[in-house]
Design a protein around this ligand. Structure first.
Ligand SMILES: Cc1cc2nc3c(=O)[nH]c(=O)nc-3n(C[C@H](O)[C@H](O)[C@H](O)COP(=O)(O)OP(=O)(O)OC[C@H]3O[C@@H](n4cnc5c(N)ncnc54)[C@H](O)[C@@H]3O)c2cc1C
Ligand code: FES
Length: 361
């Protein structure tokens, strides 16, 4: 019934590589099945943890032409999925994954013709590492600005040092551990400051407005990087950001005519018949109250629909709009092409007319 634009692969575990004391890279084997994605995109992993179904997003740290796609996961203190994966990934042979998602991507045209500046910290390196590797061989050498506690806690440290030694990368690090001492010119002991960041970027990039800037990392550091760039009068359209945590949006104004709308939802339902699960295609009429999202309305009608972030970041709640018009408020997960093909995020979509038909996967 529903065309799925997202691959329900890769599934098989190939290997786990320990990157630092609290981060691992998980490599998947797609068993020769094609899996296309762009540098910077992410996938959603679903795991059953202590009886609870948990879905989280992880950026692909591999480059699209790599034989085996990979994600790099860093522990978050008290976090359900990150700790589960770092401790148990090795025991999961078949993975429940959907991909690719995200519009934080390095476009080929930009990578080939513009100077590229990557600004990051901690696990934020994952999507940027994919971008970096996909730029190998380009005439312009990317500038990487990367903050961590120490070199030992820096994900991909050895690979980045090799790229630097081979003249394929221009890197600048800050190490915030008190114990860190270095005489290297591209090492800062302590946190980056606005002045420092602006000075590094001004020295390395000849024409600031020509470069594209990609930022991903802890929220506070991302804000600092953005402030540094705005202080250099970099146009906002040249600055690309990916938040790993909840995105602070201005509260969207949901225009509503104050009238509930009935919409049609095509979906699947599982039923057990003599202990055997059967899946049926169903069509339901769902009342969406004024100002209510499609996701909330469907959940109120007990329709099985997946969700995770509820702020337009993860893409888990995607569905296909067949008829009618909906307004999507925030979208950090779908590409322009996805949207042009009628894909919407249910948690961010509100019906505009009464003709709406939605197909769930
Ligand atoms: C588009 C996207 C791409 C991502 N890519 C990666 C990646 O490549 N590698 C990676 O390690 N993570 C990545 N993340 C973050 C990842 O999806 C999870 O949020 C993270 O692993 C924490 O999940 P958890 O279940 O362990 O924590 P939860 O149980 O969800 O949260 C536990 C606590 O930690 C806080 N928290 C949640 N996430 C973070 C965070 N990222 N930093 C600090 N505090 C947090 C929560 O507010 C909560 O208080 C990405 C997130 C998004 C949206
Ligand atoms: S639940 Fe994450 S985008 Fe809708």
């Amino acid at each position: 019934m529903v065309r799925s634009p997202f691959f329900a692969i890769p599934k098989h575990l190939l290997k786990i590589v320990k990157e630092t004391v609290d981060a691992i890279t998980i490599y998947f084997d797609t068993k020769q099945q094609a899996f296309r994605y762009l540098p910077g995109q992410y996938l959603n992993i679903k795991c059953l943890i202590n009886g609870e179904q948990v879905i989280r997003s992880y950026s692909l740290s591999s480059k699209p032409s790599d034989q085996f796609p990979s994600v790099t996961v860093k522990r978050v203190v008290g976090g359900k999925m990150s700790n589960y994966l770092v401790d148990h990934a090795t025991y999961i042979s078949i993975w429940d994954i959907e991909a690719p998602f995200g519009n934080f991507v390095l476009e080929k045209q930009i990578a080939e013709h513009s100077p590229i500046v990557l600004l990051t910290g901690g696990s934020g390196i994952s999507p940027l590492f994919s971008m970096l590797k996909s730029m190998e061989g380009n005439a312009k050498i990317p500038l990487l600005i990367y903050s961590n506690k120490s070199p030992e806690e820096t994900i991909f440290w050895d690979e980045l040092e090799t790229l630097q030694a081979d003249g394929k990368l221009n890197s600048h690090y800050s190490f915030t551990s008190d114990a860190f001492v270095s005489s290297k010119i591209n090492h800062v002991a302590g946190r980056f400051s606005l002045i420092m960041l602006r000075s590094i970027i001004r020295k390395q990039i000849a024409i600031l407005e020509e470069a594209h800037y990609y930022i991903c990392g802890p929220a506070g550091l991302m804000d600092l990087y953005q402030q540094a760039l705005l202080g250099l009068n970099i146009p906002q359209r040249q600055i690309h950001t990916e938040y790993f945590g909840p995105v602070q949006e201005e509260n969207p104004v949901i225009e509503s005519d104050g009238i509930s709308k009935d919409i049609i939802v095509n979906h699947y339902e599982d039923h057990y018949i003599q202990d055997e699960m059967q899946t049926y295609e169903c069509t339901s009429l769902v009342e969406v109250k004024a100002g209510q999202s499609l996701l909330d309305a469907m959940q109120e009608h007990h329709i099985k629909v997946r969700s995770s972030c509820k702020n337009g970041t993860c893409g888990v709640c995607w569905a296909v709009k067949k008829d009618g018009e909906v307004r999507m408020v925030n979208n950090h997960a779908l590409t322009e092409q996805d949207v042009s093909e009628g894909i919407i995020l249910l948690c961010q979509s509100y019906p505009v007319d009464r003709e709406v038909t939605i197909n769930l996967s």
